[in-house]
Design a protein around this ligand. Structure first.
Ligand SMILES: Cc1cc2nc3c(=O)[nH]c(=O)nc-3n(C[C@H](O)[C@H](O)[C@H](O)COP(=O)(O)OP(=O)(O)OC[C@H]3O[C@@H](n4cnc5c(N)ncnc54)[C@H](O)[C@@H]3O)c2cc1C
Length: 288
């Protein structure tokens, strides 16, 4: 017989932090779309959960006076997709949200849950890394900020300290008109499948010269990865087809795909190079 597990409700951030501090091992429960699946797979695990869905500080989409964005950790994919300015400013985030599960998952699943779950195949991290997102973390000793690029330490391991949680995702202001970008995902089928691999690309060009480049890959390593060497090759270069083989070589050096139930290293390496070419073509057409 499985050990029952309990859910504690918290209405304020102070209550939530107190529950987390006094119950080591307590897990935040946001939409539950990952956590409940994990609970099914590990039925003897009796650690309690604390429902974080009603905490005002973790909810809502807002902007600072400088135009930077704060997306509360409990923001669902449907809430992202319902914000036209957010979607227009961050087309890859909108595309990743629209490609995550079906409607039921998009209504329940949250951005904070997607990041904290730290799956290398998750859809939002590659897009958010290209947007240089930072995380606002809150815990027993106060709040701190860290770049998303530093958050994933290893396979499903994050920089969260005991009793700490993600309060919000902070994304710098940007002018989407100067960017060419694409988020491309390969799955078993087009809709409602977890990525075998994915690639996010954002290029800022002027007169054919790349001024800024951001590339990040999903399921190409034990964590989501920024492809810094590819970015360095691109910045300052004229964007042309002849660059693609060099970019593919540097991509192959940067990635360390794992074998898991969805795919294996051999497949991921072969398809990654083709995906890079496709993603660049899509980005240059101007669709996310
Ligand atoms: C059928 C199905 C299809 C799916 N398809 C996709 C897909 O296409 N792409 C994709 O990326 N994912 C997919 N997922 C995974 C999942 O829906 C997402 O990762 C979702 O965003 C998780 O959010 P949640 O709010 O449900 O997290 P929860 O399940 O509530 O929590 C997930 C983990 O994060 C922790 N957590 C939650 N919020 C916080 C926080 N604010 N701070 C710290 N820790 C926190 C929890 O304790 C738990 O460990 C799918 C899941 C299912 C069941």
């Amino acid at each position: 017989m499985s050990t029952p597990w309990s859910i504690v409700a918290a209405d304020t951030l102070d209550d939530l932090l107190a529950v987390m501090q006094h119950n080591p091992g307590c897990r935040p429960l946001a939409g539950g779309t990952d956590l409940l699946v994990q609970k099914q797979l590990r039925p003897l695990d009796g650690e309690p959960c604390v429902d974080i869905s009603r905490i005002p500080e973790l909810a809502g989409i807002s902007r600072t006076s400088a135009g930077d964005w704060r997306i509360g950790a409990t923001t669902s994919y449907s809430q992202i997709l319902a914000d036209p300015v957010l979607c227009e400013t961050f087309p890859m985030l909108a595309r990743a949200a629209g490609l995550t599960g079906g409607w039921a998952i998009q209504n329940r699943g949250t951005l904070g849950g997607n990041l904290a779950n730290a799956s290398p195949a998750a859809d939002s991290p590659p897009a958010l890394m290209c947007y240089e997102a930072e995380l606002e973390l809150v815990g027993p000793s106060g709040s701190r900020q860290m770049p998303l690029a530093d958050f994933f330490l290893d396979y499903r391991r994050t920089a969260l300290r005991p009793g700490e949680l993600i309060a919000a995702i902070l994304v710098p202001a940007r002018d989407p008109r100067v960017w060419h970008e694409s988020y491309t995902k390969v799955g078993t089928r087009e809709a409602q499948s977890i990525a075998k691999l994915s690639l996010a690309i954002a290029l800022h060009l002027e007169d054919g010269i790349v001024l800024q480049a951001f590339l990040a890959g999903g399921a190409l390593a034990p964590t989501c990865v920024r492809l810094i060497e590819c970015e360095t090759l691109l910045v300052g270069a004229r964007f042309e087809r002849a660059l693609i083989p060099r970019l593919q070589d540097s991509l192959q050096r940067a990635i360390h795909p794992i074998d898991d139930l969805r795919s294996n290293e051999h497949y991921r390496r072969r398809v990654a190079s083709a995906l890079l070419e496709r993603a660049l073509r899509t980005a240059m057409k101007g669709t996310a």
